[in-house]
Design a protein around this ligand. Structure first.
Ligand SMILES: Nc1ncnc2c1ncn2[C@@H]1O[C@H](COP(=O)(O)OP(=O)(O)OP(=O)(O)O)[C@@H](O)[C@H]1O
Length: 225
């Protein structure tokens, strides 16, 4: 039997402050998929992602994310949903007043981890996975942009999310560093997390193929796979 999609949207419309941003979206995300969302500035890419992590309501259609009906999801279920998601933004959003290790420990403790040794072990694992094993003691401002983005990805994968939402994760990086970040995301994808990534960098699409949806004229249309 075919596995249930992780995300399933049918005829979904999304508004911001009463204004229609996207309408009639049909979208599915399955385990292990890597999906790009492209489109001009203001076309609705981030808006779409916001509905997946419950930041913005869906106003029409049928929308399911990891078994939650996003039309009717209760506020108390938003945090449990987000624990199954990893979220990566372009502007890093690390806590600047604490070390890399403390940034990661903060998230683990906030999501219910208590055992010190297990916390240590998981932090070491994710830092190794993103190639930053020896940087746990650093403050975020002592890291380059690419290194900070690696730590953000380490933070996003701490709880082994089923889906990673990456909103312009290469937006603040030079081309070479951006490619390394996409390679890292693809490696994480091959280990089982599905990934939705918005980007303006169309070169990435040919270099690192995936399914592509474009936001345009209030629609989000699949253009290739
Ligand atoms: N908080 C908000 N309140 C009202 N309108 C908003 C809000 N956030 C975004 N919008 C509007 O929704 C539309 C889509 O914005 P969105 O941020 O999704 O675009 P985007 O495709 O992600 O753009 P970019 O490439 O610049 O990141 C824009 O017209 C924007 O002005």
């Amino acid at each position: 039997m075919e596995e249930q999609p992780l995300v399933s949207y049918k005829n979904v419309s999304i508004n911001q402050q009463g204004l229609g941003i996207l309408c009639d979206i049909d979208f599915e995300l399955h385990k292990g998929e890597f999906v790009y969302i492209i489109g001009k500035v203001g076309s609705g890419k981030s808006t779409f992602l916001k509905t997946i992590y419950g930041e913005l309501d869906v106003c029409e259609g049928e929308a399911w994310v990891l078994g939650y009906n996003m039309r009717t999801i209760k506020y108390k279920n938003i945090a449990p949903l987000r624990r199954k998601l990893g979220i990566v933004f372009q502007d890093f959003q690390l806590l600047t007043d604490r070390t890399v290790y403390e940034n990661l420990a903060f998230v683990l403790k906030a999501t219910g981890w208590k055992n010190r040794a297990e916390i240590d072990e998981r932090i070491n694992e994710v830092l190794e996975q993103v190639g930053m094993s020896n940087k746990g003691y650093k403050m975020p401002n002592e890291l380059s942009g690419g290194e900070q983005q690696r730590i953000v990805i380490a933070r996003a994968i701490l709880n082994k999310p089923e889906i990673i939402l990456a909103d312009e994760p290469t937006g603040n990086l030079d081309v070479e560093t951006g490619c390394r970040i996409v390679e890292l995301l693809r490696e994480i994808c091959s280990q089982g997390s599905a990934i939705i990534m918005t980007t303006h960098n169309l070169n990435l699409l040919s270099e690192y193929p995936g399914e592509v949806f474009r936001c345009e004229n209030h629609r989000m249309v699949k253009i290739s796979s």
